[in-house]
Design a protein. Sequence first.
Length: 285
Amino acid sequence: MKKVVIESKSTKDIKSKYSQLFDFHKNLDSEEENELKKYVEQVKTRSEEDWQPPQPSSDAKIWRYISFTQLLSILEREEIWFTNASKFEDPYEGMVPKPNIEHRVEKVQEIAGCDQDEAKSLLSFYDIEGVTSRTFVNCWNISRHESAALWEQYLESSQGVAVTSQVRDLREAILTDEDVKFGEIEYIDYNSDRIPEGPIPPLYHKRNSFEHENEFRVSLIPEKENNPKDGKYVPVDTGKLINEIYLPPSSRGWFFNLIGEVIETYDVDCELKESEILSSPGYGV
């Protein structure tokens, strides 16, 4: 395969970012260009064999903090919502750390016989759609106890609930033939830590600043094209999924009664509990 011809630094300063690449492509026939594109894309998407996200014990307790309307949606539709990963506010969602980018640049340098700047341009020129926009995820918190921080983070009012399940029950409750992956999020430093290559590892790594979420994530990447942009519903067995429903710390008696009626209406076999966060100690000095 032909090598990329590197021009002088002064020439690079004058020309646009991709001008050398356009000139280079003029000298490649279609077979050679396809070969170069294939190699560069392989650097971006190559998977490290047998990598799987960390797995908690099957009986680990997991929590999902949702609004009252979200609870009704789950019970009425018998489906749970998987959000398109590109819709999360975290700008690092689905991204790879800096050391991974540096490793990719080195690989492209070897493939194309070019310098670092040219390798970066090749990676950008042959940009392929990231896996984030094609991935749908459903997130839970792994914990033996409810979280005061997560009540505040995920509920805008006192009219919400926390649904609990177990890892095993969640796995069995999801009713789809699509390839679903389960695993714990690993929290890392994106400036110094490198993660395994491939489309799945970026979905199961987040920055250390999110460590308080202790997230257990369910993800799926549909094979078909033209998937919804915001998210999609996935069928579930609600009887298997829901173990308990907790009321928020500031809930009132009427809301307890309302959730009780909802549980009865939809014939949900689960325990309804009040939050213990604002309860008094129950012991004297």
